[in-house]
Write a protein that binds this ligand. Sequence first.
Ligand code: APR
Ligand code: PHB
Length: 389
Amino acid sequence: MKTQTVIIGGGPSGLLLSQLLHTRGIDSIVLERKTKDYVLGRIRAGVLERGLVSLLREAGVADRLDKEGMPHDGTLISYNDTAFRVDFAKLTNSHVVVYGQTEVTRDLYAAREKAGGQIEFNVEDVVIHDAESDAPYVTYRVGDDARRIDCDFVAGCDGFHGVSRQTIPADKRQEFEKIYPFGWLGILSKTPPVDHELIYANSPRGFALCSMRNENLSRYYVQCPLTDKPEDWSDEAFWAELKRRIPSEYADKLVTGPSIEKSIAPLRSFVTEPMRWGRLFLCGDAAHIVPPTGAKGLNTAASDVHYLYNALRDFYENNSQAGIDAYSEKALARVWKAERFSWWFSSLMHRYPDQTEFDQKMQVAELEFLRASPAAQQAMAENYVGLPY
Ligand code: APR
Ligand code: PHB
């Protein structure tokens, strides 16, 4: 087989890139190691930056988002039993859209299938060959059937545990990592959200987040020790702990109910440099990971896809290498800003095991400053709604 771009990974990054390339008549084949149902079964954050919304619209995949997505003009931040609001609309003349990431992925699959896009599931033993040449190829297996695709480019959209990043020789790669000493215990419940906006809560007992998927599906998180397991937490224990961590005005009106999903996610900051190796380009979680505090995972993958899509367009439509040569530096410049914001917000809102009383005073002082300073809120809002591409 031959195609213009082989895309490894059928998550949001790979699917969005494939769909965007399709709008310009550029062929791609997506190789996904799991099944479509497995991919759609992943519960992930649902806050879309303005840039991602525009990109989905450019890809022709925004119809359901426009109908069901919930624009959020601000967010609440709470500490010491009090809360304040950061007004994105006033500060940035923009907003975010709350729309489940699973739904973004579902919409992208629907668009690729409608367009007759080639997606191969249950692929195994993917190997990228001759990435440094101008004729790379990918080999893989589906069952006992060994296959090969010759291509011009390979997009590594295969997430943190994929093969693409490992294809770059270790001595040519530099990795930066920070592991956080806690996890997020998250639940989904068919209950109305406690407020119409998100609540990020700093409390002496640890971080909590009140989020949502729609007006009858809520998503809540509490920071927990990495040694905890979901089965250690009954629903009752979860609700009681959440109520202790948010201001009483919200705890008193929290509607609880049975969890329909319960999981614990570890938190990590990670970046690999470079994001390009010859004709191989890394996108999304294959190249970087952020703690979910700033909801930057999918949104930073989206800016990678934007840069790579336009670079490949430049190559095919203008016979120019400029975009692909600039890709890694351009993508990383924005990646590091997203890493900083996610690290800053995580440092501000969580309880760290080795935190001293002075450290806790610094957190409260920064929260007081954020509450009182329009300039500080402007900086936070600009990062939250999404820095320009
Ligand atoms: N071969 C083929 N597919 C693979 C391989 C492989 N060797 N390894 C991983 N994959 C697939 C995974 O099964 C997954 O479906 O690649 C996909 C990667 O998807 P994500 O991990 O979701 O990463 P990405 O598409 O970059 O998503 C970026 O969106 O998933 C959310 O918040 C999450 O930050 C993440 C963001
Ligand atoms: C979520 O709804 O899952 C969510 C929202 C905002 C975040 C993280 C997760 O910062």
